[in-house]
Design a protein around this ligand. Structure first.
Ligand SMILES: [Zn+2]
Length: 242
C-alpha cells in the first residue's frame, strides 16, 4: 500500500468505513459533535492496526504530521458537507488510546518525536500558565516583522534580525497567541519525566494520582545546549487517571 501518496484518501476511507465494535464508524462519532466548537475524536490504536498496519506505524513514528493530516482531513470533510452548520473556528483534536505501554526508564533517544504510552505517579504539578503558541518579532531598526513559533517550553526566540543583521528583535506580546499550559512530573521510582499538557486537555489532576499518558517524546533545549545533551519531555496527547 502506497499510503503516503494520497494520505487524505486513505484517512477518509478509515473514518468512513471502519466499523467499531458498536457498529459506529468514526465519522458517525464526529458527526454527533458537529454543533460543538471542539470535536474530540478518541481513536483506538487497535482499530488503526486492524485497518492497516502501515497506517498505525505512521501514526506511531511520525505522530505530529499524521495526526495533523487526520485532523485536516476531518475539517475538510465537515467543511464540504456541513459548511453552513459548522463554526469555521472549529477545533478538531485527535486522541489515541490503547497503545502498548513503555516503562519510563525505557524511553530512549530512538523514541524522540514518536508516540508512546507510559504510566506514572504525579510528583509535581505546576500552576497553569499562558504559553506562547505563536508570536511576532519586530526589528527595532528596520521594522521588519517576523512570525515565530516556539518549538519547546523554553521560549528562546531569535535575537538577530535576518534583514539588517542587528541584535534588534523584540517580541510583540499584543500580537502573540497564547495557550494555557501545565507541567507535570511523573515518576515510577526508576525515572522521573516532565509532561506538558496544553489547552483543553488540562485536567484537575492531584499529587499522587496515577495516570496513563499517551504523548509525543520531545527534546528540550536548555542553556547547556552547547554540550549537545538534551533533556526529554512528553507532550501529552491523551491521559487519564488509573
Ligand atoms: Zn532589522
Amino acid at each position: 500500500m502506497s499510503d503516503l501518496i494520497y494520505p487524505e484518501v486513505f484517512y477518509m476511507d478509515f473514518l468512513l468505513n471502519f466499523k467499531k465494535n458498536d457498529d459506529r464508524t468514526y465519522i458517525k462519532i464526529i458527526e454527533e459533535q458537529i454543533q460543538h466548537n471542539t470535536i474530540e475524536l478518541l481513536i483506538d490504536f487497535n482499530d488503526l492496526n486492524k485497518y492497516n498496519n502501515n497506517f498505525s506505524k505512521n501514526v506511531l513514528n511520525n505522530p505530529e504530521e499524521h495526526l495533523k493530516q487526520l485532523e485536516l482531513t476531518i475539517y475538510n470533510y465537515l467543511y464540504d458537507k456541513y459548511h453552513n452548520i459548522i463554526n469555521n473556528q472549529i477545533r478538531i483534536k485527535i486522541k489515541i488510546d490503547n497503545l502498548k505501554k513503555l516503562y519510563l526508564q525505557d524511553i530512549k533517544a530512538e523514541n524522540i518525536n514518536k508516540l508512546i504510552c507510559v504510566e506514572g505517579i504525579i510528583t509535581s504539578i505546576s500552576q497553569v500558565r499562558p504559553m506562547i503558541e505563536k508570536t511576532t518579532l519586530v526589528c527595532n531598526i528596520c521594522k521588519r516583522q517576523i512570525t515565530f513559533i516556539p518549538n519547546n517550553i523554553y521560549f528562546n526566540p531569535i535575537k538577530l534580525c535576518p534583514i539588517c543583521r542587528e541584535k534588534s528583535l523584540r517580541i510583540e506580546y499584543n500580537k502573540s497567541i497564547f495557550i494555557d499550559a501545565l507541567l507535570l512530573i511523573i515518576s515510577n521510582n526508576k525515572r522521573k519525566i516532565r509532561v506538558l499538557i496544553k489547552g483543553n486537555n488540562i485536567k484537575n489532576y492531584k499529587l499522587r494520582d496515577k495516570i496513563k499518558l499517551i504523548g509525543i517524546v520531545k527534546i528540550i533545549n536548555n542553556d547547556r545546549k552547547r554540550l549537545n545533551k538534551y533533556d526529554i519531555m512528553i507532550e501529552e496527547n491523551h491521559s487519564y487517571k488509573i
